[in-house]
Structure formats: C-alpha cells, structure tokens
Ligand binder design. Structure first.
Ligand code: GLA
Length: 339
C-alpha cells in the first residue's frame, strides 16, 4: 500500500570469530545484536528523503541516481548506493535513528543499508540473501570499501539467541545457539578507524593474490600456505586458513559447553589478526591483553574491519562493568504503523 507508515529495524552485528575470512569464501560466525537502526516513514514519493538524528544534513536521493559515491553528505552515499541497487519505482520520506555507535566496527553502515533497502521494498517477505547481496554492492559503490558479505547477511538473517555460521562460498547460513550463561561484551578502544578503507582494500587484494597462487583458500592446507615465496602473502593466507579452522573449532566447543576453549580461540584469532593479517593497532592489542587478564573473561578479539573500533569479549555474566553487553538478536524487520 502506497503512503503506508512503516517502521523498519535493522540490527548491527558482532563477529564472534571469523575475521577477514568472508571475502575469500571462508567461514565466519557473526551474530545480529540488539543495537540497530530504525527508519520511520512513508513510501510513495518521487525521491528518497531521509533526515537523521546523527547528521544535520538530510539524504536526498533521486530514484535514477547512478553515482552514489558522489552524493553528499557522506552518510547519504549509503542511501544512494541502496537506491541504485534496489531501483525502487517509488521513493520514501522518513527519519533515521540508530543505537549503534557509528564507525566503531559494529556495522552501522550495513544496518543503514539494510534499513533503507527494506524501507524501499516495504515488505520483509523478500529474498533476504539477494537483498543482502544488493546491500553489499551498495557499500562497494557508495564507500569504495570492497567488503565481504558478513555484515549484510548478519543484519538480514539474524536469529534470536543464535550466532550465524556463514559459509561465504556456498552462502549457506547455519544458526548456532549461543548459550544463555555467557555474556558477549563489546568494548570500544576509543580509536577511530583510520586507514580502514585503504587498508581493508589492500588486505582483500593480497588475499586474492594468495588465492591466485594456491587456489581457493577454503581448500588450501597450511603446508600449501607455507610454500608461498612471498612473505606478506604467506602471512595473509596463513591467517585465512587458520581462521577458518578456528571458526569450525569454536562452533564445536561452543556446542559442547566448553566456553574456556571458545574464549582461547577468540584470543588466538586476535593474535592472527595482529601478526598475520596485520589489521589491529597497539590500542586494540592492549585492550585485548587487559580484558583477557580479568578473571571470568574467557577471550577477546577485534570485531569488524580493524585499524581501530571495538573488541568483543566472551565472559561470565556480570564480570565486566564497561562496554555494551549485546544479545544475539533477530534480523531486520518491517512493521506497518498504519491502522
Ligand atoms: C568489515 C567488512 C566485512 C568483513 C569484516 C572483517 O566489517 O564489511 O565484510 O570482512 O570487516 O571480518
């Protein structure tokens, strides 16, 4: 129904384990969280016009916009990217607000893309993986960040009480129960993500070069990896191959209730992101070191793309009195507010 008043909700995410492994077709284990982005408004206008609580300038996007990266203000590029990919036949006028701390690695951009996409479609009975892929392309076009599929899949396909095991080659998604008796706490390093755009693209290109030499990394072995002559490519491939195994191990130990080993795997993941993938910073590394020294904290690692932002810790309940305790949440939704 045109001019129907809608409320759209799209969650952010934390990736418990599986960092920088999605864009090589590997395994990741994110979960949608109870922090997210809301859009309230109406479909049925000639343009997409959104005002935001976080930016004085609105996003005003024509339906035939084909250069999202050139749109201002900067946040409107994500809106424009989604408009260009979804190609809606009618516009939308509404208001955006978010509870996700912006730019800290909790996928505020993917949540915005997904919320805009659902607002434009106006119906959540859609092909969610396809919409997630459209939002991923929107991010590539809008921000020039060649991101993988993890963030948009998490926001659209999240399952209450579960993390999502995503095979980024087949795009199979398997919900994995998260035990009730553990806490997942996100702690901000306070460092904003400088170099994230250029550094991320470099890492993606390096991992792609390693895959050209070794074949698809999900089927490469560690001895294949160690045979690479180039020291940088060897480190990148080592990260991906060991990270895929850590994701498998994490899912297995979580199912058996072995939270201590799950935590150790997270901390090992951080060490590989630091030493092999080289996407951490001294501030993130010392935050992880400080957190894992606290009794009742089982492990901690960088969440998100890196070069700043947040760390996610697996803890006994009530152990940390800092950060945000997040709960595994359902994916994005659309609700009609019209009577
Ligand atoms: C960003 C990207 C994801 C993923 C992570 C690193 O969040 O958007 O696709 O690559 O970094 O794990």
């Amino acid at each position: 129904m045109v001019n129907e008043q809608l409320r759209v909700w799209a969650p952010g995410r934390v990736n418990l384990i599986g960092g920088h492994s999605d864009y090589s077709g590997g395994l990741v284990l994110p979960m949608a969280i109870d922090l997210g982005t809301t859009i309230i408004g109406q479909r049925g206008h000639e343009r997409v016009v959104l005002v935001s609580r976080d930016d004085p300038e609105p996003a005003e996007v024509e339906l035939d916009e084909d250069n999202p990266a050139g749109v201002t203000p900067a946040w409107a590029r994500y809106v424009a990217g989604v408009v260009a990919e979804v190609a809606p036949t009618t516009g939308f006028i509404g208001q955006v607000s978010t509870t996700i701390p912006i730019g800290t690695g909790l996928s505020s951009s993917a949540a915005l893309e997904v919320a805009v996409a659902l607002a434009l479609v106006g119906d959540d009975r859609i092909d969610r993986p396809q919409l997630a892929l459209a939002c991923q392309r929107a991010e590539h076009r809008a921000a020039g960040v060649p991101c993988g599929i993890m963030d948009q899949f998490s926001s659209l396909l999240g399952v209450e009480g579960h993390a999502l095991l995503i095979d980024c080659t087949s795009l199979d998604v398997t919900p994995v129960p998260v035990p009730d008796d553990i806490a997942i706490v996100v702690v901000d390093s306070g460092q904003r993500r400088s170099l994230a755009t250029v550094g991320y693209a470099d890492r993606r290109a390096e991992v792609a070069r390693a895959a050209e030499l070794l074949g698809p990394l999900p089927s490469a072995s560690l001895s294949d990896v160690e045979s690479l002559d180039d020291g940088v490519l060897r480190k990148r491939a080592r990260h991906v191959v060991t990270e895929n195994q850590r994701v498998r191990d994490f899912v297995a130990v979580l199912a058996s209730g072995d939270v201590a080993t799950a935590g150790l795997l997270m901390t090992e993941s951080h060490a590989s992101l630091r030493d092999n993938q080289e996407v951490t910073t001294p501030a993130l590394d010392s935050l992880v070191d400080r957190l894992v020294a606290i009794p009742g904290v089982h492990g901690a690692r960088l969440t998100g793309g890196g070069w700043g932002g947040c760390v996610v810790a697996l803890t006994d309940p009530g152990v940390l009195d800092e950060g945000w305790t997040v709960r595994p949440s359902a994916g994005a939704s659309v609700e009609s507010l019209s009577a």
